[in-house]
Design a protein around this ligand. Sequence first.
Ligand SMILES: Cc1cc2nc3c(=O)[nH]c(=O)nc-3n(C[C@H](O)[C@H](O)[C@H](O)COP(=O)(O)OP(=O)(O)OC[C@H]3O[C@@H](n4cnc5c(N)ncnc54)[C@H](O)[C@@H]3O)c2cc1C
Length: 420
Amino acid sequence: MTVGVIGAGISGLATTHELRERGVDVETFEATDRPGGVVQTRHVDGHVLECGPQRLRGSPLIESWIDEFDLRDQRFEGHDDQPLFVLRDGHLRVAPLSLRAAVTTDLISWRGKARILAEPLTGPARPDESVADFFARSFGPEAARTLFSPLYTGLYGASADDMLVRHSVGKALDRHGIDRSILLAVARKLLDGVDVPPIVSFEDGLGVLPEAIADRYADSIRFETPVEAVEPTDEGYDIVTPEGTRAVSDVVVTTAAPTAGDVLEPVDASLAETLSGMTYNPLAVVHLESNYGREGHGCQVLDGEGYETLGMTWNASMLDREDVFTAYLGGSRSPEILDRSDDDIAALAAREFESITGFSARPLSVRRWDPGMPAYDEGWNAYEGIDLPDGIHVCATFAERAGIPGRLRDAERTAEAIAE
Ligand SMILES: Cc1cc2nc3c(=O)[nH]c(=O)nc-3n(C[C@H](O)[C@H](O)[C@H](O)COP(=O)(O)OP(=O)(O)OC[C@H]3O[C@@H](n4cnc5c(N)ncnc54)[C@H](O)[C@@H]3O)c2cc1C
């Protein structure tokens, strides 16, 4: 039994590890020349720049992977006690993520704050409403527009009007066992005493984790080998690449949905069509160097403020990465930004940084992600309840949670199912 894994991002690498741990023979195919996919660290002018995730939370799961791959001496903790800001009416205002900030912030009016407290009286999430409608119904239109929608959808560069509850917030609420009031569930957690895992990263950036996994399984991973098609055979499947064809018993797809659709077309044309209809929000990630010294994790920029920048991570403050700031542009707000040249995008990000913070910035790097983050919109309806052909498995962000912990758990589940 050989399992073919398509993609060596964190999903494909973690699946490779979990399968090998269970004694299963694996061959992993990666289109590019490096492991990690979206988890990518660049080193520019002495700076460590994260092109994808900026940091992790040191949950027991993440810590166990750090130990498994011997990365503890590279691990360090970021600052947890710093505010996150939202740009509203031209000013950076503190997002109320603690009780104290909730009272003192000028992000939301007193009326808006009072309306948030009425949330337990509103009904539970409805699967078919948009994330924007759900937050507005639950917390009132002002808090939804200025806080809940931007903070939630900011993770995906998505529009809260398009994102459906059933494919996003609804799943998160299910996972946390919240079937009615979010506010009461949070209050209960606060009373019980929440233990939030620390912010963690590695001295040389998050890219060291995929590199360590890829090093261990170097004999299983074929780089610069894009999978062109998966074809059914009597014994399983043929994986077709420019290098030739490999017979496998099972296939694990870890790529974005449209790519999965392309390669699975010979296996199941209808599944392929569904996958091709699932859209992603492209993103441009721009790294800037600036001596802006404000403490904070970063900011979200509200739609309508007149900026193309969706938000920023202040790596300088959160992770002590000297003078480094990461700006995100594009997403569903302006996907056409990716039509511009790298120089144009970099200059725009620097200009907007200066306008928002009052400090000048020098562009260091531009990274485009296209496809970027899953849109989790109505294009996902057709995928719900779909039966995959025997021997075809999916361990990908379009089917499960996009975050790194979710990817690691998905890989474990996938390997477990195959090994059984
Ligand atoms: C800007 C940004 C910030 C993020 N921040 C966070 C964060 O703070 N915390 C967090 O937990 N998550 C974060 N995420 C999400 C998380 O990083 C991703 O969801 C996750 O890394 C996706 O991993 P993956 O392996 O599923 O997919 P990918 O990383 O996309 O990997 C897919 C791999 O498949 C390869 N491939 C594509 N086509 C083929 C083919 N035909 N044949 C072979 N190989 C192919 C690709 O080259 C790639 O290596 C962020 C994502 C982005 C974009």
